[in-house]
Design a protein around this ligand. Structure first.
Ligand code: FEO
Ligand code: CA
Ligand code: CA
Length: 651
């Protein structure tokens, strides 16, 4: 057994590193950039993982259940014809693929619920129907069912666009009734919907026994080190352990023990009246998290008392967490996992370390904020899923430091660190004010960390950084190796190789996988790829892998940066086409593409189209997608399949 193959105990570092080397020295020794640098390093990295010694070909997963496609084993790997860029109000797919609406805002998710114009929903109506602004999508196979034909979907509902929901709403003079605010609360959260394939398409199963709506009013439990802390106690909940609802659920993740993680991102925008907060520590912390007197324009603080800081000054501390939900138990109580820290969680990508620890990668989506990794205290046994139950209640949160030489480290965010113990009274305080703790630890300030995804075959981890036009502005940090462009309008993607390819390790090497921007932009380099030969892509957000290990990337913001509608694109991460993106789908006007998700054998892609027509109103719509005849836009979840030839989407 070689050193790199052996199972090792992370506590036993002398045996692993040897020769008295520090973690930093070992990582630097392994750093590809130090040894080779630039394009040569990328070419070698494409062939051999320096920690595992595995080539991509040796690690490549084969398609599940379908066997090779008609043109041979590689025929499914991004053989699709790209679509041209679009500025039109429609959704366009790569030729040979078909798709349509699976479910859209306002559609019933329960049997017996009648169809209704979503512009007229009552709060009670909305609780029984698909919510607004679908984002993260997870496909959950059901026991004894063919996963290519039936399964469960979890779908996040991130936020609401009142101007496209309520007739007569004037964004310049916002005024919503109490009832309309309740509709908004019930349009947040998530949906669990059983779905089945019929012909080339899919439809919801309205009688599905697991179907459920989670909203901003659903009772939830607060668990972990911060549960019960005085800063989490309110007049409504003196225990600090029970909270209503989840807010601004952006992306998420699936756990190998069968639960969904849904992530609270821009929770700050729902609260108002910051001036009423008297405790100076709390007020400073809230400013660090972006709270203000007016919030993001929601009317909630003026109708629902828990969103008014003058009435419930601690309520914001009860949001900004990762929420764990068991989709197969409709009566279960969702749990907020405080051990994973409190920040604007974009998503939560789960991997199991060699020692069996549950590791959760999560970005804090803010300019100059951080990338995090949680490592559980307990171990998970894949042969016994019950060992995953509540495993996220205890463990250690870490924050990333990207060194200029291509090495990096995960710094524990723990109260016992002398840099924190003078400022924070306990680990609970550290977790509630995670951002302020990370500020003291020398972590790297990033260009808006969005989705993390780990390639299970190579162990490499990808982090999308969507943009940061403030980088290098007066009074702001300038470029560094991991965030190399001033006024970064286009974003980039970083590739992380953990030491020994083990997510439980605290050292890593990293390189820029993709600098986004217009095709031919001289500031854009792709490692070994000639920048003149790759497509336009900007503002990467959600990431996912297909079963071949290709990386699929959604974009959020291309209308502003490239003057093109947002897209879903795909590229290999290894081989001669590493980083060469192909445009698979273009979104309608004003929309962002979110939640791409494949069935296990890649025969269906689910993709969520969020905020179509966001720059318009019901009176003057920017988009009429997807219904057109109704004259107003609706966020909607699409199915995409390939009826002819190789049935794998993208082949
Ligand atoms: Fe909700 Fe970071 O995108
Ligand atoms: Ca996102
Ligand atoms: Ca985004």
């Amino acid at each position: 057994m070689t050193t790199t193959e052996q199972q090792h105990d992370p506590e036993d570092r002398d045996d692993v590193y040897g020769n008295g080397e520090t973690l930093q020295e070992v990582v630097s020794r392994f750093s590809r950039r130090r040894v080779l640098g630039g394009a040569a390093a990328a070419a070698v990295a494409a062939a051999v993982n320096p920690f595992t010694g595995l080539t991509r070909a040796a690690a490549e997963p084969v398609g599940q259940g379908l066997g090779p496609g008609p043109a041979g084993p590689d025929s499914g790997s991004l053989g699709f014809e790209p679509v041209p860029p679009s500025t039109a109000d429609g959704l366009f797919l790569s030729p040979g693929h078909v798709g349509n609406v699976l479910i859209a805002w306002g559609d019933p998710i329960f049997a017996g619920v009648p169809a209704k114009d979503p512009r007229t929903l009552t709060p009670g109506d909305q609780e029984q129907r698909f919510g607004y602004n679908n984002d993260y999508v997870a496909f959950i196979p059901l026991p004894y069912q063919d996963a290519e034909r039936r399964g469960l979907l979890w779908v996040n509902h991130e936020y609401t666009d009142a101007q496209n929901m309520f007739p007569g709403y004037d964004p310049e003079a916002p005024s919503l009734t109490f009832e309309q605010v309740l509709v908004e609360l019930h349009a947040h959260g998530g949906s669990i919907v059983e779905v089945e394939r019929v012909g080339p398409g899919w439809r919801p199963v309205l009688g599905g026994r697991y179907n459920r709506r989670i909203t901003a009013n659903t009772p939830m439990e607060i668990t972990g080190p911060a549960a019960g802390h005085p800063w989490l106690q309110t007049n409504d909940d003196p225990t600090g352990r029970r909270v209503f609802g989840t807010l601004n659920n952006c992306a998420g993740g699936l756990t190998p023990w069968g639960t969904v993680l849904t992530c609270e991102e821009n929770f700050n925008g729902y609260f108002g009246n910051l001036s009423a907060v008297e405790d100076p520590v709390l007020a400073a912390s809230y400013r660090r998290y972006g709270l203000s007197d007016a919030g993001a324009g929601y009317q909630w603080p003026w109708h629902v008392h828990r969103f008014n800081l003058g009435i419930e000054p601690n309520e914001p501390n009860r949001h900004g967490w990762v929420v764990e939900i068991d989709p197969l138990d409709p009566s279960s109580t969702p749990k907020k996992r405080t051990a994973l820290g409190r920040f604007k969680h974009e998503g939560a990508a789960v991997a199991i370390s060699r020692a069996g620890k549950a590791c959760v990668y999560s970005g804090d989506d803010e300019r100059f904020d951080y990338a995090y990794k949680f490592i559980s205290e307990r171990s998970f046994d894949p042969g016994n899923k019950a060992t995953g139950r509540d495993i996220l209640e205890s463990g250690t949160l870490h924050v990333a430091k990207f060194n200029d030489d291509g090495s990096g480290e995960w710094i524990p965010v723990v109260h016992t660190d002398p840099r924190l113990s003078g400022t924070f009274g306990s680990q609970a305080e550290v977790l509630i004010r995670t951002r302020e703790a990370a500020d003291l630890l020398g972590a790297t300030k990033m260009d808006r960390p969005e989705d993390f995804q780990r390639d299970a075959a190579t162990g490499r981890v990808y982090l999308a950084l969507t943009n940061n036009t403030n980088r290098g502005k007066e009074g702001s940090p300038g470029p560094d190796a991991a965030n190399p462009r001033p006024a970064n309008a286009y974003g980039h993607i970083i590739e992380i190789t953990e030491l020994f390819a083990d997510p439980g390790e605290l050292g890593f090497t990293w390189e820029i996988f993709m600098l986004c921007g217009p095709e031919g932009d001289p500031s854009r380099k792709f490692g070994s790829v000639d920048p003149a030969t790759v497509g336009d892509i900007a503002n990467p957000d959600n990431l996912t892998f297909d079963s071949y290990g290709n990386l699929w990337i959604t974009t959020d913001g291309q209308p502003g940066s490239l003057e093109q509608n947002d897209t879903l694109q795909a590229c290999p991460t290894t081989g001669p086409d590493r980083g060469r993106v192909k445009r698979f789908l273009t979104a309608p006007k004003g929309a962002e593409v979110t939640g791409p998700c494949f069935t296990p054998a890649n025969t269906t892609l689910f993709v969520a189209i969020q905020h179509p027509g966001e720059n318009g109103t019901l009176a003057e719509p920017e988009s009429r997608w997807p219904d057109y005849v109704n004259g107003f836009p609706r966020p909607a979840l699409w199915w995409v399949t390939k009826p002819e030839g190789n049935p794998r989407v993208g082949s």
